[in-house]
Design a protein around this ligand. Structure first.
Ligand code: FES
Length: 108
C-alpha cells in the first residue's frame, strides 16, 4: 500500500502520513534519510498519544531528537528508542516501508 510520495519528504524532517495497517487506519511518522525512509507508528509508548502537536507538526530537540508533544519523551530517530522522559527505555513501533518508483510503500 502506498503511503506517500517520496519527493514530498524533506531529508531529516519528520512527516506524518496515514496508512491502513492490519485493517486499521493509523498515523505514521516518516523520516527521510537520503534515499531511504524510516517509519514508526505515531503513537507514544508512554500514554498512547500522538507525538505531533498538530497533524504533521513534530517537535525536535536542538540535537535533532523527536520530542513527544504530550509529556516530552525524547526519541532518537535511528531506531526510535526513547532516551529521556516517562517512557525511557521503550521504543516507537517501527513500520517496514520501502521506496519504490518514487513512492513510499508499506512492506507486506
Ligand atoms: S504520551 Fe508521549 S510523553 Fe506522554
Amino acid at each position: 500500500m502506498d503511503v506517500t510520495d517520496f519527493e514530498s519528504l524533506v531529508d531529516g524532517v519528520p512527516a506524518e502520513a496515514e496508512a491502513v495497517i492490519d485493517g486499521i487506519a493509523e498515523s505514521l511518522i516518516l523520516l527521510r534519510d537520503g534515499a531511504q525512509v524510516r517509519a514508526w507508528l505515531n503513537v507514544c509508548p508512554h500514554a498512547g498519544r500522538r507525538l505531533d502537536w498538530a497533524p504533521g507538526k513534530f517537535l525536535l530537540s536542538k540535537s535533532g531528537q523527536l520530542v513527544c508533544a504530550a509529556h516530552g519523551a525524547t526519541f532518537e530517530l535511528q531506531g526510535g528508542q526513547c532516551l529521556a522522559g516517562p517512557c525511557r527505555g521503550e521504543a516507537l513501533r517501527a513500520i517496514a516501508v520501502q521506496v519504490r518508483d518514487g513512492v513510499v510503500a508499506l512492506v507486506n
